[in-house]
Design a protein around this ligand. Structure first.
Ligand code: 6PG
Length: 241
């Protein structure tokens, strides 16, 4: 596993680097194939999406991109909590990506049925290996408790699920989520964590330095088998490294 830890002065520089990862990935995608990206939810990704829309509308060949999600809250797409709505408003409505290339997790559906449906939709649309989707770029955030996507410490067993996508639940609210699982994450060609702000510094260090108890942190279990792992941090989030 190749790992790159990049520390940026601010989220604009981080976003620029993230955008160039996508732009170069799309450019290097063989003729006749899409570049598949799985988006994360969260406030940090939202800022990154807005930067992409503002500065990379023309620089990325969006008609060669397929968009999926790493996870979704089980809410209607109009809900303020929807990761789809956040991505739609901050990015997808602002770049020329064909609607047929946007694969929404249907948060309003029965969670178990949707996890199964989404798995099939992904497998039919992307390259896969032994029934495991292979995304070109899978984006992840880092929760203060070490969660990533919607795999939380209390249900970290989901990381090891045989299924590519599973139903999870939020530890406090109990809200159901659809989440990518560890084998899908670890089969991606590139996994890109984005974490900013001092509030993340301790958890970033716990994960990256494998401090005591790291085995219980879902984010620390992310180790792409053949792909590249990127940690994109701002100075504040890297403050304890
Ligand atoms: C979600 C995300 C979640 C998020 C982290 C970080 O659906 O909320 O998938 O994993 O990325 O909680 O979120 P912030 O960037 O808002 O701290």
């Amino acid at each position: 596993m190749k790992k790159h830890i990049k520390i940026f002065n601010n989220i604009a520089e981080l976003s620029q680097y993230f955008a160039t990862l996508i732009a170069s990935g799309v450019q290097n995608t063989p003729e006749g194939r899409f570049f598949s990206i799985a988006l994360s939810g969260g406030s940090t990704p939202k800022v990154v999406f807005e930067y992409l829309a503002a500065h990379f509308k023309e620089a990325i060949a969006w008609d060669n991109v397929q968009v999926f999600w790493s996870d979704e809250r089980c809410v209607f797409p109009e809900s303020p909590e929807s990761n789809y709505r956040m991505a739609k408003e901050s990015l997808l409505d602002r770049v020329p990506i064909p609607a047929a290339q946007i694969f929404r997790m249907q948060g309003e559906a029965d969670p178990a049925a949707e996890a199964a449906r989404y798995t099939e939709a992904v497998l039919q649309s992307t390259p896969h290996f032994n029934g495991i989707p292979v995304f070109d770029l899978l984006m992840l955030g880092l929760g203060d408790d070490g969660h990533t996507a919607s795999i939380f410490p209390h249900n970290s067993h989901l990381f090891y699920s045989e299924l590519p996508f599973e139903v999870a639940d939020h530890p406090q609210s109990g809200q159901h989520r659809i989440t990518v699982t560890g084998q899908t994450i670890n089969h991606a060609n590139a996994v890109v964590f984005i974490a900013t702000g001092a509030a993340k510094a301790e958890m970033v260090a716990n994960v990256l330095e494998k401090r005591a108890g790291w085995e219980k942190l879902p984010a620390a279990l992310v180790q792409p088998e053949a792909g590249t792992l990127f940690w994109l941090l701002d100075v504040a989030a890297a403050g304890e490294l």
